[in-house]
Design a protein around this ligand. Structure first.
Ligand code: IMP
Ligand code: MG
Length: 181
Protein backbone atom coordinates (compact mmCIF):
# COMPACT_ATOMS: atom_id res chain seq x y z
CA UNK A 1 0.00 0.00 0.00
CA UNK A 2 1.28 3.44 -0.77
CA UNK A 3 1.42 6.36 1.60
CA UNK A 4 -1.25 7.98 -0.56
CA UNK A 5 -3.83 5.76 1.12
CA UNK A 6 -2.96 7.39 4.48
CA UNK A 7 -1.85 10.91 3.59
CA UNK A 8 -1.51 12.21 7.17
CA UNK A 9 1.25 9.82 8.18
CA UNK A 10 4.79 11.05 8.71
CA UNK A 11 7.46 8.82 7.18
CA UNK A 12 10.30 7.84 9.49
CA UNK A 13 12.18 5.56 7.06
CA UNK A 14 11.42 5.25 3.37
CA UNK A 15 11.35 1.92 1.58
CA UNK A 16 14.67 2.89 -0.06
CA UNK A 17 16.32 3.55 3.31
CA UNK A 18 14.96 0.27 4.67
CA UNK A 19 16.20 -1.67 1.66
CA UNK A 20 19.66 -0.08 1.83
CA UNK A 21 20.03 -0.87 5.53
CA UNK A 22 18.83 -4.46 5.07
CA UNK A 23 21.45 -4.98 2.35
CA UNK A 24 24.13 -3.89 4.84
CA UNK A 25 22.74 -6.14 7.57
CA UNK A 26 22.59 -9.09 5.18
CA UNK A 27 26.22 -8.60 4.19
CA UNK A 28 27.25 -8.50 7.85
CA UNK A 29 25.27 -11.66 8.68
CA UNK A 30 26.76 -13.43 5.64
CA UNK A 31 30.27 -12.54 6.81
CA UNK A 32 29.58 -13.74 10.37
CA UNK A 33 28.19 -17.07 9.13
CA UNK A 34 31.47 -17.99 7.49
CA UNK A 35 29.81 -20.31 4.98
CA UNK A 36 27.72 -22.19 7.55
CA UNK A 37 23.99 -22.92 7.32
CA UNK A 38 21.36 -20.73 8.94
CA UNK A 39 17.88 -21.14 10.41
CA UNK A 40 15.98 -17.86 10.35
CA UNK A 41 13.18 -17.72 12.91
CA UNK A 42 10.68 -14.93 12.29
CA UNK A 43 8.46 -13.60 15.04
CA UNK A 44 4.97 -13.35 13.57
CA UNK A 45 3.42 -11.26 12.31
CA UNK A 46 5.44 -8.05 12.42
CA UNK A 47 8.76 -9.50 11.28
CA UNK A 48 7.36 -11.19 8.14
CA UNK A 49 8.33 -8.42 5.70
CA UNK A 50 11.75 -7.99 7.28
CA UNK A 51 12.49 -11.73 7.24
CA UNK A 52 11.58 -12.02 3.57
CA UNK A 53 13.80 -9.09 2.55
CA UNK A 54 16.65 -9.91 4.93
CA UNK A 55 16.77 -13.54 3.77
CA UNK A 56 17.39 -12.40 0.21
CA UNK A 57 20.23 -10.16 1.38
CA UNK A 58 22.00 -13.09 3.07
CA UNK A 59 24.18 -15.37 0.98
CA UNK A 60 23.85 -18.67 2.82
CA UNK A 61 22.06 -21.98 2.83
CA UNK A 62 19.07 -20.79 4.86
CA UNK A 63 15.77 -22.25 6.06
CA UNK A 64 12.84 -20.49 7.75
CA UNK A 65 10.76 -21.16 10.79
CA UNK A 66 8.23 -18.95 12.58
CA UNK A 67 7.01 -18.45 16.12
CA UNK A 68 4.19 -16.27 17.40
CA UNK A 69 3.91 -14.70 20.83
CA UNK A 70 1.20 -12.77 22.57
CA UNK A 71 1.74 -9.10 21.92
CA UNK A 72 0.31 -5.65 22.25
CA UNK A 73 -3.27 -6.70 21.55
CA UNK A 74 -5.53 -3.98 20.31
CA UNK A 75 -3.64 -0.91 21.50
CA UNK A 76 -0.17 0.57 21.90
CA UNK A 77 0.50 -0.73 25.41
CA UNK A 78 2.15 -4.03 26.26
CA UNK A 79 0.22 -6.54 28.31
CA UNK A 80 3.44 -7.44 30.14
CA UNK A 81 3.43 -11.22 30.08
CA UNK A 82 4.67 -13.09 27.02
CA UNK A 83 2.99 -16.28 25.89
CA UNK A 84 3.93 -18.60 23.03
CA UNK A 85 1.05 -18.95 20.57
CA UNK A 86 2.94 -20.83 17.85
CA UNK A 87 6.06 -22.92 18.50
CA UNK A 88 8.92 -23.83 16.15
CA UNK A 89 8.14 -26.51 13.57
CA UNK A 90 11.64 -28.00 13.56
CA UNK A 91 14.17 -28.64 16.36
CA UNK A 92 17.07 -26.17 16.46
CA UNK A 93 19.62 -28.23 18.38
CA UNK A 94 23.10 -27.74 16.92
CA UNK A 95 21.87 -25.15 14.39
CA UNK A 96 22.93 -21.56 13.73
CA UNK A 97 19.75 -19.71 14.64
CA UNK A 98 18.91 -16.11 13.84
CA UNK A 99 15.80 -14.70 15.52
CA UNK A 100 14.30 -12.07 13.24
CA UNK A 101 12.14 -9.43 14.94
CA UNK A 102 10.56 -6.16 13.84
CA UNK A 103 11.08 -4.12 17.01
CA UNK A 104 13.08 -4.66 20.16
CA UNK A 105 11.08 -2.58 22.62
CA UNK A 106 10.80 -3.56 26.31
CA UNK A 107 12.79 -6.70 25.50
CA UNK A 108 10.20 -8.98 27.13
CA UNK A 109 9.47 -10.92 23.94
CA UNK A 110 13.06 -11.53 22.90
CA UNK A 111 14.24 -12.37 26.43
CA UNK A 112 11.48 -14.95 26.62
CA UNK A 113 12.31 -16.42 23.20
CA UNK A 114 16.05 -16.44 23.82
CA UNK A 115 15.61 -18.36 27.07
CA UNK A 116 13.21 -20.79 25.42
CA UNK A 117 15.47 -21.44 22.41
CA UNK A 118 18.64 -21.81 24.49
CA UNK A 119 17.03 -24.79 26.23
CA UNK A 120 17.27 -26.58 22.85
CA UNK A 121 21.04 -25.99 22.64
CA UNK A 122 21.46 -24.34 19.24
CA UNK A 123 25.05 -24.03 17.99
CA UNK A 124 24.68 -20.24 17.89
CA UNK A 125 21.75 -17.98 18.69
CA UNK A 126 21.73 -14.44 17.36
CA UNK A 127 19.11 -11.72 17.08
CA UNK A 128 18.39 -9.37 14.17
CA UNK A 129 15.90 -6.57 14.76
CA UNK A 130 14.92 -3.95 12.25
CA UNK A 131 14.20 -1.33 14.89
CA UNK A 132 15.52 -0.91 18.41
CA UNK A 133 13.96 1.34 21.06
CA UNK A 134 16.66 1.18 23.76
CA UNK A 135 14.95 3.76 25.98
CA UNK A 136 12.00 1.44 26.55
CA UNK A 137 13.95 -1.57 27.79
CA UNK A 138 12.72 -3.50 30.84
CA UNK A 139 14.67 -6.74 30.27
CA UNK A 140 18.42 -6.46 29.70
CA UNK A 141 18.87 -7.68 26.13
CA UNK A 142 20.64 -6.41 23.00
CA UNK A 143 20.31 -7.53 19.40
CA UNK A 144 23.38 -8.66 17.44
CA UNK A 145 22.14 -6.82 14.34
CA UNK A 146 20.10 -3.61 14.52
CA UNK A 147 18.64 -1.83 11.50
CA UNK A 148 17.81 1.50 13.09
CA UNK A 149 17.86 2.72 16.67
CA UNK A 150 14.77 4.87 17.23
CA UNK A 151 13.43 7.12 19.98
CA UNK A 152 10.26 6.31 21.90
CA UNK A 153 7.77 6.63 19.03
CA UNK A 154 5.00 4.29 18.02
CA UNK A 155 5.63 3.20 14.44
CA UNK A 156 3.60 1.40 11.81
CA UNK A 157 4.22 -0.01 8.35
CA UNK A 158 6.63 -2.51 6.83
CA UNK A 159 4.97 -5.26 8.88
CA UNK A 160 4.30 -3.24 12.00
CA UNK A 161 0.75 -2.64 13.07
CA UNK A 162 -1.61 -0.59 15.12
CA UNK A 163 -4.53 -2.86 16.07
CA UNK A 164 -3.56 -5.13 13.12
CA UNK A 165 -3.79 -2.31 10.57
CA UNK A 166 -1.11 -0.58 8.47
CA UNK A 167 1.21 -3.59 8.16
CA UNK A 168 1.12 -3.23 4.37
CA UNK A 169 2.48 0.31 4.27
CA UNK A 170 5.77 0.17 2.36
CA UNK A 171 7.47 2.85 4.47
CA UNK A 172 7.91 2.94 8.24
CA UNK A 173 5.69 5.75 9.54
CA UNK A 174 5.08 7.46 12.85
CA UNK A 175 1.75 6.90 14.53
CA UNK A 176 0.55 10.19 15.93
CA UNK A 177 -2.27 10.57 18.49
CA UNK A 178 -4.36 12.34 15.81
CA UNK A 179 -4.12 9.24 13.64
CA UNK A 180 -6.06 7.09 12.91
CA UNK A 181 -9.10 9.23 12.37
P1 IMP B 1 8.75 -6.03 23.44
O1 IMP B 1 8.39 -7.39 23.96
O2 IMP B 1 8.24 -4.93 24.34
O3 IMP B 1 10.23 -5.85 23.18
O4 IMP B 1 7.96 -5.75 22.13
C1 IMP B 1 7.80 -6.63 21.19
C2 IMP B 1 6.73 -6.33 20.19
O5 IMP B 1 5.91 -5.21 20.47
C3 IMP B 1 7.35 -6.01 18.86
O6 IMP B 1 7.76 -7.16 18.23
C4 IMP B 1 6.19 -5.37 18.16
O7 IMP B 1 5.36 -6.36 17.61
C5 IMP B 1 5.47 -4.64 19.27
N1 IMP B 1 5.83 -3.21 19.22
C6 IMP B 1 6.66 -2.53 20.00
N2 IMP B 1 6.75 -1.24 19.65
C7 IMP B 1 5.94 -1.10 18.57
C8 IMP B 1 5.64 0.01 17.70
O8 IMP B 1 6.12 1.14 17.83
N3 IMP B 1 4.77 -0.26 16.69
C9 IMP B 1 4.22 -1.49 16.48
N4 IMP B 1 4.50 -2.54 17.24
C10 IMP B 1 5.35 -2.36 18.29
MG1 MG C 1 6.70 -8.25 16.80
Amino acid sequence: MSIVASPNLEVLYTREQISQRIAEMGAQITRDLNGEKLVMVGVLKGAAFFLVDLSRAIEADATFDFVATSSYGAGQRSSGAVKLIKDLDQPIEGKNVLIVEDILDTGLTLSYLRKLFLQQHPKTLRIATLLDKPSRRIEKIEADYVGFSVPNLFVIGYGMDYAERYRNLSDICIMTPEHPE
